[in-house]
Write a protein that binds this ligand. Structure first.
Ligand code: ZN
Length: 352
């Protein structure tokens, strides 16, 4: 287990982050591996959810981890699909911006995209870590649990990684961060890693300060595996960015546009229902549509001329929304709609 990394993938330089004293705060390096098995499509390998566990059944939904789509993952989801659970888990720190515990979901999503850009530019495999935990305690999925990342050189195929966003050589992790990391480590036993998979600090196996002395000092607390995550990774913006336009998205949109906030889009033509599978809960589909105030307000916000603001969803309104949001214009709200994801991001940021 502790042997040298294979160097099958030639000539990839490790990515090192050092401080002014030359201390290596973090070093990322891919394992060797068959180059032909890369999968560039980030949609190709969704989190399979609970793996067939060899241990006791673990209760579900103990942790909230915001999905990759929520922060706008743009690149590959690692480079290989991994079979079976991990046998060890490593704690890292990212040595990127030190956000405050009160940071917005939008600010955290931006950090996730920045982390992804680093991994993509260095290794071409998207974000390096499996899960990233911010000082707020919110957790975001990086490289999927069943995909190989670039976090713990030589053991990327057999280990998984929990990364604290920031520098924990110089900063203390927050209580919320430690609690979330512990919840994730506990939840992953028998699910993402074996029941017996130990948790180490990156520096236990590599010449680096990672995860930083202050985080390293909390390893036993995290190993205890008891903790909680904030109730929704979409808080405090309020919305999980999933590309599905349901009641919660409508309610936030109504609040934003100043129309009655009941979460319902009333009186819409049933003709458009099946053509727009991304419109989910809280849509009132009828044969004789009268339109709704929130859609009329949205039509105004997206610049449709006043004579066409009929309060009814349809290809013209959807196209106007897509143009307004800068997403591809096809006039339909598909499942996992890019336009709805962008709308949700903007609602979380308070700028529709
Ligand atoms: Zn590390």
């Amino acid at each position: 287990m502790f042997d040298e990394p294979e160097r099958g993938r030639a000539m990839v330089e490790p990515y090192e982050i050092t401080d002014e004293q030359g201390t290596v705060l973090e070093v990322l390096e891919p394992d060797g591996g068959p180059a032909g098995e890369t999968a560039a499509d980030p949609q190709a390998a969704p989190d399979p959810g609970p793996a067939p566990a060899d241990g006791p059944v673990v209760p579900q939904a103990a942790v909230n981890i915001a999905p990759r789509a929520s922060w706008g993952a743009r690149y590959a989801d690692g480079d290989l699909t991994l079979e079976g659970p991990a046998v060890e888990v490593f704690l890292h720190h990212s040595v990127t911006a030190q956000l405050s515990p009160d940071a917005s979901v939008e600010a955290e999503a931006e950090q996730m995209r920045a982390l992804e850009s680093v991994g993509q530019s260095r290794f071409g495999t998207g974000i390096s870590y499996n899960v990233v935990v911010f000082p707020s305690g919110r957790a975001y999925q990086g490289v999927s649990w069943n995909r190989r990342g670039t976090h713990t050189g030589g053991r990327n195929s057999t280990a998984r990684s929990i990364c604290l966003a920031g520098n924990y050589e110089t900063n203390e992790p927050t209580a919320a961060q430690v609690s979330t990391a512990a919840a994730i480590y506990g939840e992953g036993k028998g699910r993402w890693w074996t029941q017996a998979a130990p948790l180490y600090g990156h520096r236990d196996v590599t010449s680096t300060a990672c995860p930083g002395r202050h985080a390293y000092a909390r390893l036993d607390d995290i190993r205890a595996g008891e903790g909680t995550t904030p109730p929704s990774p979409g808080e405090p913006g309020g919305l999980v960015v999933d590309g599905a336009w349901g009641t919660a998205t409508t309610r936030r949109l109504q609040e934003e546009l100043g129309t009655p906030a009941d979460g319902v889009v009333s009186s819409q033509s049933v003709y458009w229902r099946d053509r727009n599978p991304g419109l989910t809960s809280g849509w009132e589909w009828v044969a004789d549509a009268q339109g709704s105030r929130v859609i009329a307000a949205l039509q105004a916000r997206t610049g449709m001329p006043s004579g066409r603001r009929d309060g009814k969803i349809g290809p013209q309104t959807v196209s106007a929304l897509q143009r307004h949001l800068g997403t591809p214009v096809d006039g339909v709200i598909s499942r996992d709609s890019l336009a709805v994801m962008e709308l949700q991001r903007r609602l979380n940021a308070g700028r529709v």
